[in-house]
Ligand binder design. Structure first.
Ligand code: TYM
Length: 336
């Protein structure tokens, strides 16, 4: 397929500097599968990262670590655009325009906003947190993305993006494609090993529930061996067995084997034996990522060159969209 006819993939992640199994199986690994026959843009959303309290020096460091991790996970900069959101003019500009079309109530009803703003340790809740999904819609529409690959937790945000694209098109005339969401079959919702009713998350207060891609093998094994299960013996992915179902999901994602086959293959094993299998599979999956990461992490010149190339291409595309949007919105053209 030639450049112009390829479909556009756009997705982003926050610069936590610490991707976990949920980010990998639910997102990044799925992104790699698009590289060869799509035009791919992968953003590191540093402007989203400041919607909750943060430390600037850590954000800077985490942004570099995150791009290094992306590359280590297989996002080859020769095949895609890796960019930092703040390097591209247009994300916040488009967000403003979309925000003027977005009903306040729809933002107040967003699950992630409610969860984050109502947490006991939420502290200061800025209006950026409420506006977050509008900025996310702008990230997507700025590139006129056809497909947005994400984990299940982002589905509601993508729905809002689709609504805003339609509302803009209806208000001003056809401008944006209404993007489709792509959610992986396995790994779409990896849960905390300690609280399998919650998604695996960096903000989990119990960190032993979260396996990071850079965790050394002994730590990965320890976390998986101490995963919460139940008092039964059956290795089945049943709703009343969320812990075992989660481990089966992780094993399915790590090995590419469907859950039903895994249930049959491990029937009769003890939970301890089964967990050891899961630990081995995850460690094997992480080994090449950790090796590649150690080669490029700290090579600031290389990572800066990746950011520059990504930003240059992303910016060219962003300016085109923004010019069109400004014209449709009735803004006077900028005098040259
Ligand atoms: P973020 O940074 O929280 O997560 C990055 C990606 O990882 C997926 N993910 C998971 N998948 C399965 N199981 C889990 N436990 C799990 N945790 C995270 C997420 O679904 C996501 O795909 N708001 C977004 C970032 C964003 C964005 C965008 C995404 C900003 N603008 C535009 C797509 C398009 C976020 O915070 O993802």
């Amino acid at each position: 397929m030639s450049e112009g006819t390829k479909k556009t993939i756009l997705t982003c992640a926050q610069p936590t500097g610490q991707l976990h199994l949920g980010n990998y199986f639910g997102a990044v690994r799925n992104w790699v599968s698009f590289l060869d026959d799509h035009e791919c843009f992968f953003g590191i959303v540093d402007q989203h990262a400041i919607t909750t309290p943060y430390v600037p020096a850590e954000l800077r460091r985490s942004t570099y670590r995150t791009v290094a991790l992306y590359i280590a996970c297989g996002l080859d900069p020769a095949k895609c655009r890796l960019f930092a959101q703040s390097h591209v003019i247009g994300h916040t500009e488009l967000a403003w325009i979309l925000g003027c079309l977005c009903p306040l109530g729809q933002l107040e009803r967003m699950t992630q906003f409610k969860e984050k703003s109502q947490r006991e340790d939420a502290g200061f809740v800025g209006s950026g947190l409420l506006f977050y999904p509008v900025l996310m819609a702008a990230d997507i529409l700025l590139y006129n993305a056809d497909i947005v690959p994400v984990g299940e937790d982002q589905k509601q945000h993508i729905e809002l993006c689709r609504d805003l694209a339609i509302r803009f098109n209806n208000t001003y005339s056809e401008t944006f494609k209404v993007p489709d969401v792509s959610i992986p079959r396995d790994g779409a919702r990896i849960r905390s090993l300690q609280s399998p009713d919650k998604k695996m998350s960096k903000s989990d207060p119990n960190q032993s529930g979260c396996v990071y891609l850079l965790d050394p093998p002994d730590r990965v094994r320890k976390k998986i061996m101490s995963a919460v299960t139940d008092s039964g013996r059956e290795i089945r992915a049943l709703p009343e067995k969320p812990g075992i179902a989660n481990l089966l999901g992780i094993l399915a994602a790590a090995t590419g084997t469907p859950v039903a086959e895994l249930e049959a293959a491990h029937a009769g094993k003890s939970y301890g034996e089964f967990k050891a299998v899961v630990a081995d599979a995850v460690i094997a999956c992480l080994e090449p990522i950790q090796k590649r990461f150690s080669e490029i992490d700290g090579d600031k010149a290389y990572l800066d060159s990746v950011f520059k190339e990504g930003a240059d291409t992303a910016q060219a595309r962003a300016y085109k969209t923004l010019a069109k949007v400004y014209r449709k919105a009735g803004f006077v053209p900028r005098p040259r």
